[in-house]
Design a protein around this ligand. Sequence first.
Ligand code: BES
Ligand code: MN
Ligand code: ZN
Length: 498
Amino acid sequence: MEFKAIVDVKAREAADCAVIGIYEQGDLGVAAALVDGQMGGFIGKLHAEGDFAGKVGDVLLLPMASGAAAARVILIGLGARGAFGRKQYRKAVHAAAQALGKTGATDAIVYLTLEEATGLDVGYRARIVAELFCVNAYKVPDLKTGTKPKAPKLTRVSVAAENAKAAKAAALGLVIGEAVGSGITLARDLGNLPPNVCTPTYLGSRALQLAKEWPRIKAKAIDAAGIKALKMGAFLAVTQGSEQPPRLIVCEYRGAKKGVAPICLVGKGITFDSGGISLKDPPAMDEMKFDMSGAATVLGALRAVAELELPINLVVIVAACENMPSGAAVKPADIVTTMSGQTVEILNTDAEGRLVLCDAITYSRRFKPAAVIDVATLTGACIVALGNHFSGLMSNDEALAAELSAAGTRADDRVWQMPIGEEYVDQLKSNFADIANVGGRDGGACTAASFLWKFAKDLNWAHLDVAGTAWLSGSQKGSTGRPVPMLVDFLVERAGLQ
Ligand code: BES
Ligand code: MN
Ligand code: ZN
């Protein structure tokens, strides 16, 4: 999809479809007033006769909008003018994207960017249009026979800007929104692919492919022998029961000078989590193909950063393997030595995420990172605590936590900070090793994060538990691409671009 910001009124009017906003009480938005004039007061009359209330996200398609310059007009409800903020704006844009997708229009002009929305400048308003139009056009990797999805008709979307200055801000917003959309698309594709396709080797090949596509990215996929040489005993314990070879994927993006400390994103890449010897129950075990969502989102964020050519250095580390039961699998009570030297008693082989991550976090130290953020579908307990609305955030640095929190709010991809600390580490006491990998049911998300914290000493570190947010179950089953929007917002902010 091609995005553009347009100031010129005549150029705008040539569109196949105009998307205009209307507040409640018949309060016409900027563009609606204009089109209402062209249509001899038709839009005002619609409201007066009770045909369009203007509630947030209400949609009405006027297919043959006689008098209007555009071939079609879509009315979008904006709610009460006084309450029009970020959430309402996103809902309105989402409704517009959905409605437009169902028409035959090939190009559209979205006037919603002209409306003032609390907390959103014009750049952000444009950015949301690009992001949500990309997201709306997403189709899952198609493995069904006989039903080839049609290519979407809509190929050009413009947003209206008041003047040249606003158009410049909007144009940058569109570029960012499109990059976020493309990061989300990559993450969702990887998450949705079946585990017999999306293996550790496959994840590695996708990372190498990113490096081929983007000159600023260097990537390598380290094999089992390399992982052994690095002495990643915890990572190796998880992979040892699997027939699929593991990969430690390392991507370096260079957008700033060589000496500038990078931000490290670390992703949990368990391409299938059966639980291992501590086998999971069969119902819903299929959903454990999403257990590489952390990996998918850090690769998605990397792609967005590369597209935006952000002036930062970024390192993406993915620990990719399967967690399977077999005669060779790690057993409850096995004790392993992590790359950090600390020993871990593996009491439950289903608590494997923290095992691969602790070694990946230790590996990140070689880059002398400015910050390390790990992303993982780590605990069912986090879903119990937060549902699928917020990702769990734990950090040993309040400033970093606040930065990530703010990014989550701006990007509408929110996080909720949860505690870590010695109290939780006490739950992880082992009689035989430095630490155990499980600490009982209570505070499960916090004990998991506190385990990682023990490996993040002196790092500026944050952990995102995305077990509830990275994918949805039920009729909407599928990958969401979260927290790509939040991560990209954080990185764009760090780059000083917004
Ligand atoms: N990948 C799971 C966490 C998970 C569970 C994500 C359900 C999404 C939905 C993780 O590896 C796991 O199995 N965690 C265990 C930890 C427990 C054994 C301490 C869990 O949450 O049950
Ligand atoms: Mn598990
Ligand atoms: Zn897992």
